[in-house]
Ligand binder design. Structure first.
Ligand code: NAD
Length: 406
């Protein structure tokens, strides 16, 4: 019933999301549309994933060994604003299906969407108190962690994730953290430049770069660096920036005005260290917080732009000498969420990707999430995973049954 209600209200829910976050309406609709197959995945697989499993029987001794899955109990869900439907659905849908109660704290930048989600669960018939929404910011999130729910599922920045891990540790419950990224991509010497440029420009600038798995660093083989930059910039120049409620808009304002200072500092640092500004570089007048889509070449890893999460419309493109150097550069990061490579050979792509310490590996694609695959970050990008079948059992505890008929 919850899924059905979402499907009936997509247009209105998209308008709420756009109004409070500045996400272009087309992208808000796309998020809601893609929420439905995520719910379907959980509905299709939950019964089997949570079913009892007899793993051993021995007729001579009358022994049966069985595994059952019990709910964690009360699950705390502290959520982010950039994809509130996606990151919320990853947690509260399987949590409820697995038999838990949920204390849901939407981001203070997506409170209205959080309130809509709560209303839809109530209307769908979830008993009072089983899905409880807590409205507030960081201090409320901290208080929720200190309550010590049986499971704590968090989506947000590394800094907050680390603070949560420290505060929640003594409660010894199930902890899952989806954190930030500095996701790289590599354009190999024999890549299809047009395909790579179109895919990576979208991966870098979709949702104004405010995605955990946005492409934030691009390494291009030196032989096609200039051709690639030209094709990439052509894509960027075609992006329509403006009123997010307009259906033709691709780039809206930033959701959090405080991020503007982070982006401006990265631009100043890259410029001071000798990077070449190819496009953008400036904040634009309000109302709202606006940043031009910004492209740098001639970058290196001494620059904050290539090390720290930008979480905005900034990209650095660095020239490389080949696969070996690309692997070194891609892995030279504290994060480990995703990486994408663009050689024509699948074998070569898999060889490169298998050497990278990331949770998701992309060949000729990027900035992509599938409900069928686990979504997990390594190093500063997170702990444990959501989605896939393991993202259902994550909300349960196994019990081992040792049953001997006397
Ligand atoms: P944030 O860390 O500022 O806030 C996230 C949530 O934590 C909010 O609900 C906030 O109120 C709460 N919070 C803040 N301080 C807290 C504290 N001390 N204790 C408990 N809760 C606290 O992050 P954000 O700005 O909302 O989101 C952007 C970040 O999220 C980026 O780093 C992005 O990469 C990451 N992100 C990751 C994924 C993923 O799947 N890996 C998905 C979306 C966003």
């Amino acid at each position: 019933r919850f899924r059905h209600a979402v499907s009936q209200e997509i247009e209105r829910l998209a308008e709420v999301l756009t109004a409070e976050t500045g996400k272009p309406i087309r992208q808000a609709r796309a998020e809601l549309d893609a929420t439905l197959p995520r719910i379907d995945f959980f509905l299709e697989h939950a019964t089997e994933a949570l079913a009892d499993e007899v793993v051993h029987t021995d007729a001579s001794s009358g022994l049966e060994e069985r595994i059952s899955h019990e709910p964690l109990g009360v699950v705390g869900n502290i959520s982010a604003w950039n994809y509130p439907w996606f990151v919320g659905t990853n947690v509260f849908v399987p949590a409820l299906i697995a038999g838990n109660a949920v204390l849901y704290k939407p981001s203070e930048f997506a409170t209205l969407t959080g309130a809509e989600i709560a209303r839809l669960w109530t209307e769908a018939g979830v008993p009072e108190g089983v899905f409880q929404t807590l409205v507030g910011g960081g201090p409320l999130g901290r208080a929720l962690v200190e309550l010590g729910p049986d499971g704590l599922f968090f989506t947000g920045s590394f800094a907050t994730g680390r603070a949560i891990a420290q505060a929640y540790g003594p409660h010894m419950g199930r902890l899952q953290l989806e954190l930030g990224g500095k996701d790289p991509a590599y354009v190999a010497p024999d890549a299809d430049v047009a395909v790579a440029a179109a895919s990576l420009a979208d991966g870098a600038f979709y949702n104004n770069g405010q995605s955990c798995c946005s492409v934030e660093r691009i390494y291009v083989h030196e032989t096609l660096h200039d051709t690639f930059v030209e094709a990439f910039v052509e894509q960027v120049d075609a992006m329509v920036m403006g009123d997010p409620t307009d259906g033709s808009t691709y780039l809206g304002p930033l959701t959090r005005s405080a991020q503007l200072a982070v982006l401006e500092a990265q631009v100043a640092d890259a410029t001071a260290r000798g990077a070449t500004l190819v496009r953008g570089g400036n904040a634009l007048p309000g109302p709202g917080a606006w940043m031009q889509p910004t492209v740098f070449t001639g970058v290196d890893h001494s620059m904050a732009l290539m090390r720290d999460e930008s979480f905005g419309p900034l990209i650095g493109i660095q020239s490389t000498s080949g696969d070996e150097q690309a692997v070194e550069l891609m892995d030279d990061t504290e994060f480990g969420l995703t990486a994408g490579v663009f050689p024509p050979s699948q074998e070569r792509a898999e060889a490169i990707l298998s050497r990278l310490d990331v949770g998701s590996a992309y060949w000729t694609c990027c900035d992509r999430v599938s409900p069928r695959l686990p979504w997990s970050g390594r190093r500063h990008s997170g702990v444990e995973s959501t989605l896939s079948v393991s993202g259902i059992t994550a909300f349960s505890r196994p019990k081992g049954w040792h049953l001997r008929a006397s």
